[in-house]
Ligand binder design. Structure first.
Ligand code: 13P
Ligand code: ZN
Length: 270
């Protein structure tokens, strides 16, 4: 059996949590990640048939039956993952229509998956319906996006347009825009359900006064998606209190659509 700590998915997960912590997106235990894996990717690293324990999920997700997920633990600090991956991460397999998670590795010392597991799993199911290549759901608390939700209109069109105007690459990176949820109690199946609903039309879902969810085909891609939106929010906060002399016009955003062969969310551009 190969050492799971050297598995490519483990190395990448550890690097990503460290990187996110260094960006200031994941204070204390803030943030969580789930990475969907195929049996072929994990089988060489696990003892065949060995289940450490079964953890009830509290929801059903029949679409994810039998799927494997490497996921961050509840209450665990992203800054520590590289030093104690076996405590802070777990590899689970969903069974019983998603109602149970079999713990196959990790969460040493009795830990469990993130309290946002419902939002993660329901978001995976929602993204897979529109993008079979989706593998990652990532949640974090980036300071500028979070700050922006206190001062900006939360209307999705208005919020998206502001981000698109703050940096030329935004429309190219997230042409579908961002979806926004008002403040809600986190860690519940309900916020999971509405987040997943929002994931049907965009890979970025802002949780007002809390943080953001991103989804994508890889950890790198999902990190980059959040990074791009977060940088645009930073520019916005630097200029929001100043008279705006220039902007990126809708005409210019249409030029970006043509040049980069992307389509802006219908109705979001004039
Ligand atoms: P967990 O420690 O349970 O992952 O929660 C962190 C968080 O960001 C909640 O939204
Ligand atoms: Zn959070």
């Amino acid at each position: 059996m190969k050492d799971i700590l050297n598995a490519p998915f483990m190395v990448e997960m550890t690097r990503t949590t460290t990187n996110m912590y260094q960006q200031g997106w994941d204070e204390r235990n803030g943030g969580n990640i789930s990475l969907m894996l195929e049996r072929e990717q994990v089988e060489d690293y696990l003892e065949r048939g060995k289940v450490l324990r079964a953890i009830p999920t509290g929801f059903s997700a029949p679409e994810l039956e039998g799927k494997y997920f490497l996921v961050t633990g509840t209450g665990k600090y992203f800054k520590n993952v590289r030093y104690e991956p076996e405590e802070d991460l777990g590899l689970v397999r969903l069974t019983d229509g998603g109602a149970q998670a079999q713990l196959l590795w990790g969460f040493a010392g009795g830990g469990s998956f993130t309290s946002e597991f419902p939002a993660h799993m329901m978001s995976h199911a929602a993204r897979l319906k529109v993008d079979a290549g989706n593998r990652v759901v990532m949640h974090c608390h980036p300071v500028n996006l979070l700050a922006m939700t206190y001062v900006h209109d939360l209307d999705e069109r208005a919020f998206t347009r502001t981000l698109w105007q703050m940096s030329t690459e935004c429309l190219v990176v997230f042409p579908e825009g961002v979806n926004v949820l008002p403040w809600m109690l986190c860690g519940t199946a309900e916020i999971g359900r509405v987040t997943a609903e929002k994931m049907g039309t965009a890979r970025l879902v802002v949780w007002a006064q809390h943080g953001i969810y991103g989804a994508g085909g890889s950890l790198d891609e999902t990190f980059g998606l959040i990074e791009t939106a977060e940088k645009a929010a930073e520019v916005y906060l630097k200029i929001a209190h100043l008279p705006r002399r220039n902007t990126i016009t809708d005409e210019q955003l249409h030029l970006l659509e043509q040049r980069f062969n992307v389509k802006a969310r219908p109705g979001f551009l004039d």
